[in-house]
Every structure is written in C-alpha cells, then in structure tokens.
Design a protein around this ligand. Structure first.
Ligand SMILES: C[S@@+](CC[C@H](N)C(=O)[O-])C[C@H]1O[C@@H](n2cnc3c(N)ncnc32)[C@H](O)[C@@H]1O
Ligand code: SF4
Length: 431
C-alpha cells in the first residue's frame, strides 16, 4: 500500500533504520542499572489496568475490575517498586503520573498503599497527576484523592450532549457529569483537567461550540480535546473506519478544533500541547514530560537512556512473572542516537514550543545543523516561528504537523498495542 511505503521511507529518513524492531530480547539487570546511572532525573508512570465498564473506542490496556486481581496487582506493583528502588540511587523523580485504565477504581483498594510506597522508596520531588472517571467523584472519593497527594486531576467527561454520551456508551448523563466536575473544581487541586472528545459520529459544529462554552463555564483550569481516534482493534474504531475518508476527516477535524481554539483563547486559556489548553498562569496537568521515565505495572513502558522497554500487557501474566521472581518486561528496543533525536523532536513538537539549546544539552549537537533545513521549510510555510533559540508552532502548524505525526503514531500504536493485547509475550513486533 502506498501509505505503508511512505511511512517506511519517512521513518527511515528520521530514524536511520529500515525497520523499527521490538523484540523479546529483554534487557538484563546490568544494562538496566547502567541506563539508570546515566540519568540526572526521571519521571514515573504507573498503569492501573482496571475499569468498571469497557468503552467501545478505547485503545488502552484494561480489563474489568475485580477485587481479587486488584489485591494481587497491588502486591506485584509494590514488588516492582522494590526492584527499582536501589537502581534509582536517590535520583530525583520530577514527574509522577498515574494513568489507565481507570486509577479511581482502586480508591480504598490499594492505590494509596502503592503511592505511599513510591514516596517512601524514591526521591520524589513532585506531586501526583492522576486520571479519574467522573462516576467516581463523590465528596468522599475526592477527599481520598487529595489525601493521596494528587494535585493535578483529570476527568474523562468526553461529551456534553446526552445523545453522544449514549452513542459512545458512557454510563452517565450530562447533568450528572456536570455536578461531579463542579464538585472537583470546588476542592483544592492545582489543576482540574477535562478530557473531551470531538469529531464523534454525527457531531455538529454547534454541538462542539456548545461543549466548549460549557467547559469554560465550569471553571476548570485545563481542557484536553482529542479527536476520536479510530483504532481498528476497537469496536467503534472498526465501525467508523470502514466508511471514512482520511483527507475529509482531517479537514473536518481542523474546522472543529478551530472552534474550540477560539473559545479557549478568548477565555484566558493558552495552548499547552497539541490537544490541551490551560488557563494562563496555571501549572499544566500532563503525562510524563521529562526525557526519561520508568513505567510500572502491566503495559508500563520505560524510556531510559538508550533503551525503551514495555511490560507485558496481560495483568495475570504480569502478576505471575513478578510473583515468580521473573521479569515482567515483554518487549524492548535499543535506541540508536538517531532514534533518540527523532523521539525527542516528536515530543517537543507535541508540546508545541521548545528550545534548541535543550536539544544541544541533551545530545551535544547543534539543533540547526541537524534539523535547521526542516525548521526553515516549516517556518516558510507558516507552520512555526523559528527564533534564534525558541521554536514555537503556529496553530495551523500544530494541527498539520501533528496530523502528519499521527500518520505514524496511530499505525505504530495499532501494531504494538494491538499485538501486545492479544499475545502477552510476543516474540517481536516490527513497526
Ligand atoms: C484512560 S482514559 C481516562 C480515565 C477514565 N478511564 C475515563 O475513561 O474516564 C484517557 C482518555 O483518553 C481519551 N480517549 C480514549 N480513547 C480515545 C480515542 N479512541 N480517541 C481519542 N481519545 C480517546 C479519552 O478522552 C479518555 O478520557
Ligand atoms: S475510556 Fe476509560 S473507562 Fe473507558 S475503557 Fe478506556 S480507560 Fe476504561
């Protein structure tokens, strides 16, 4: 297919590799130790793979919550923390994110034990960012979330019209979800973020506009507005994928995003990443941003100095491996310098602004020498502002560069996560 051909060509240009190969050749203890030794700081990600109900569009690794699996999971994650604690040798942890699945399924069921163990065993220099499900946000639960040390809370609202909530099979009404968000806003979080999905089947421009205004009126500090990504291994993704045209979809999404951009910019928000808008002066809610991170739990991915590896996606297999003293790592890839640079650029573009000097600090190479021609071209077509040190993407550039990146990332996630979900210990995955 022509898209596969293009993907391979461009990927080769940026990474210098003919193929990106993840294999079950897992890194040994000494290699992991060496990789940690070279880090100055890192982030921690914990994956909570449980939900009360499975949504038909969701690409993430999750299963239906059960008390028994949860109990065993807590023990396994604590054991994994204990494995890594001596390896980190007191390195500062400057970002801590709990994602899922639905972390709030584990409130009062061991999540507090996991986080307090993290604060006991690692040199934590940050507060917690955590995802939550709106149905879980009672007064009691919100107090428990605050008591855990969560300062940045995200709520998966997804839509502001009952017909869309029904279509995507969310188990609440607009009236209920608004009450729960208001309750969270009334607490003392540094930043409350709402996840909102646009470009839902049959969604009108007016509905998107109405949702944008509703979010502003709720008094939240941040909105993450994702277009509905259609992952072919999800039910809804398959249904919509079959009768859609990529180019029409891209232009429709641009129009819808523009409606939201206008509302947020006029209400004191500024862009904080490709899809997120944060109130000016507020510290943003975000997943791990530092260049290196340790991922714990089933499907947790770790990006260290020269390697990237992922734990098995299967919760029972993850628990079994840890109980038996085996490694839960299922797949890994050695990262050449060229790949690390491409990865660095990908994430900085996602954040929409960055400094060339940070690249030079990280790689000891001049940014302009490596990417100067590309940046000049992008600047020429109005996609970014290319200053002497600062690069800032324009709104148009943010959208189109990211749409181009999605051409790779959605396909890569599809292959990597799609395979890992069906096979707990794949031999290899080629992207
Ligand atoms: C792990 S969920 C958030 C927490 C909780 N599980 C929930 O659903 O309320 C992360 C977010 O990813 C987004 N998401 C999930 N599937 C998506 C898809 N196919 N396209 C775009 N965004 C998606 C949703 O906005 C969702 O809130
Ligand atoms: S969207 Fe959230 S609640 Fe729904 S299946 Fe995914 S992680 Fe679970």
């Amino acid at each position: 297919m022509i898209s596969d051909f293009l993907r391979k060509k461009i990927s080769r240009h940026f990474t210098g590799q003919n193929k990106i190969l993840f294999s079950n050749n897992i890194p040994g203890h000494n290699l992991i130790v060496e990789n940690f030794r070279e880090l100055d700081e890192l982030g921690i990600y914990i994956h909570i793979p449980f939900c009360n109900k499975i949504c038909p569009y969701c690409p993430y690794n999750k299963e239906i919550y059960s008390d028994e699996a949860c109990r065993k999971y807590v023990k396994a994650v604590i054991k994994e923390i204990d494995y890594y604690a001596p390896l980190l040798t007191n390195k500062p942890v400057t970002n801590f994110y709990i994602g899922g699945g639905t972390p709030t399924t584990m409130l009062g069921k061991g999540i507090e034990e996991i986080t307090s163990h993290i604060y006991k065993r690692f040199n934590m220099q940050c507060r917690i960012h955590m995802e939550s499900h709106p149905n879980h946000l009672t007064h009691e639960n919100l107090n428990a979330i605050e008591a855990m040390g969560v300062k940045y809370l995200s709520i998966g609202v997804e839509a502001f019209q009952d017909r869309h909530l029904k279509r995507i099979e969310r188990s609440y009404t607009v009236k209920e979800v608004i009450k729960n968000v208001e309750r969270a806003v009334g607490k003392n979080f540094e930043c409350v973020n709402i996840d909102y999905m646009f470009d839902l089947p049959g969604q009108t421009e007016l509905e998107v506009e109405q949702a944008g205004r509703e979010m502003v009126d709720l008094g939240i500090q941040q909105v993450a507005t994702y277009p509905l990504f259609r992952f072919p291994y999800t039910r809804l993704g398959r249904e919509i994928h079959e009768n859609s045209n990529t180019l029409t979809t891209m232009f429709r999404r641009r129009k819808l995003l523009k409606i939201l951009e206008d509302i947020f910019y006029n209400s004191g928000f500024e862009r904080s990443s490709v899809w997120a808008f944060t109130k000016k002066g507020v510290d943003k809610y975000c997943s791990v941003t530092v260049p290196a991170y340790l991922g714990l739990g089933a499907s947790g991915g770790s990006y260290l100095k020269n390697i990237f590896y992922i734990n098995t996606f299967n919760v029972a297999e993850y628990i079994k491996a840890i109980e038996e003293g085996d490694s839960p790592i299922a797949l890994s890839i050695d990262l050449s310098e060229e790949m690390q640079m491409a990865g660095w650029l990908y994430w900085r573009i996602y954040e929409t602004k960055f400094k060339k000097s940070d690249f030079e600090l990280r790689f000891n190479k001049r940014f302009d020498k490596k990417y100067g021609t590309l940046m000049n071209l992008m600047s020429h077509i109005g996609f970014l502002k290319n200053g002497s040190d600062n690069i800032t993407l324009t709104d148009r550039g943010t959208y189109w560069i990211h749409a181009f990146e999605d051409f790779f990332s959605i396909d890569y996630i599809n292959k990597l996560w799609g395979t890992s979900k069906t096979n707990p210990w794949p031999e290899k995955v080629i992207l």
